[in-house]
Design a protein around this ligand. Structure first.
Ligand code: ATP
Length: 273
């Protein structure tokens, strides 16, 4: 997905209704919503509410969507940053941005902080390419660890982070009291793809003959983001052909384009590694 600009406490209008499939992940995430809405239930028994939750899963499986839905369902402000924002920053900027973000989120507690692509700042310090400048990344990571340790467990701020590379994360991030909870988001099964198609054809004007079961069967390996993309492409194709409704053939043409896009992307990834 597109890198997020730092978001400053906007309310999220995303709800669990916008997320199809991912049943288990949703159940686990609902607990986080309850921590934000009813903290006394936990604190009066002496429980410490978790501070950090890591959303783990392949690109486009709905990690950002899930984080926004937590904020939307709990009706709390959503603060976000993307780990990749810091890669090209001047020394010191990353750390002060992190400090700033936590300060604002604490002022507006209960609130959510979302850190997308945390692996960009949080990759293991042992596995650094010696030819890359890592000072900035490292000071940003250190600041993040300091902030996580610096607020109490019951301050009403919960930090959600997303990664598709849990294997490269610095172990320091995963220690108790930091991101010690993991929620896994998998690529959707065929049945789940049908559900995701239903969400994304909702805003479209499409023919009654469109068969979502067939579309789901013909899109193995597609993520939710791929399906969203395919549905919009189909509508663009139909519009270009001056049709009154999006037809099955438009979806099929869109599918081929998305498949082409996925193949190009995986080629780039394999060249990187
Ligand atoms: P990345 O790792 O690339 O940042 P991500 O896991 O954060 O991806 P999102 O940005 O949440 O994925 O998903 C992109 C879009 O794909 C969403 O805005 C939504 O339109 C669609 N999408 C993904 N998963 C689902 C789902 N389970 N149900 C409905 N739509 C979905």
């Amino acid at each position: 997905s597109t890198p997020l600009l730092t978001e400053k406490g906007a309310k999220s209008s995303v709800t669990f209704n916008d997320i199809a499939g991912l049943k288990e992940a949703k159940t686990e995430v609902m607990e986080v919503v309850d921590f934000l809405k009813n903290p006394e239930t936990y604190t009066k028994l002496g429980a410490k509410i978790p501070k950090g939750v890591m959303l783990v899963g392949p690109p486009g499986t709905g990690k950002t969507l899930m984080a926004r839905a937590v904020a939307g369902e709990a009706q709390v402000p959503f603060f976000s940053m993307s780990g990749s924002e810091f890669v090209e920053m001047f020394v010191g900027v990353g750390a002060s941005r992190v400090r700033d973000l936590f300060k604002k989120a604490k002022e507006k507690a209960p609130s959510i902080i979302f850190i997308d692509e945390i692996d960009a700042v949080g990759r293991s310090r042992g596995k650094i390419n010696a030819f890359q400048a890592n000072d900035e990344r490292e000071s940003t990571l250190n600041q993040l660890l300091t902030e996580l340790d610096g607020f109490g467990p019951n301050t009403g701020v919960i930090v959600l982070a997303a990664t598709n590379r849990p294997d490269i994360l610095d172990k320091a991030l995963l220690r108790p009291g930091r991101f010690d909870r993991h929620i896994y988001l998998e690529l959707p099964t065929k049945e789940e793809r049908i559900e995701i198609f239903k969400v994304h054809v909702r805003p479209l004007k499409y023919a009654k003959t469109v068969d979502l079961g067939t579309l789901a069967a013909l899109s193995p390996g597609f993520s939710g983001a791929d399906i969203a993309n395919m549905c919009n492409e189909a509508a663009l194709i139909a519009a270009r052909k001056k049709k009154k409704e999006v037809e099955q053939s438009d979806f099929m043409e869109a599918r081929d384009r998305v498949v082409g896009g996925i193949e190009r992307k995986s080629k780039i990834i394999s060249q990187e590694e």
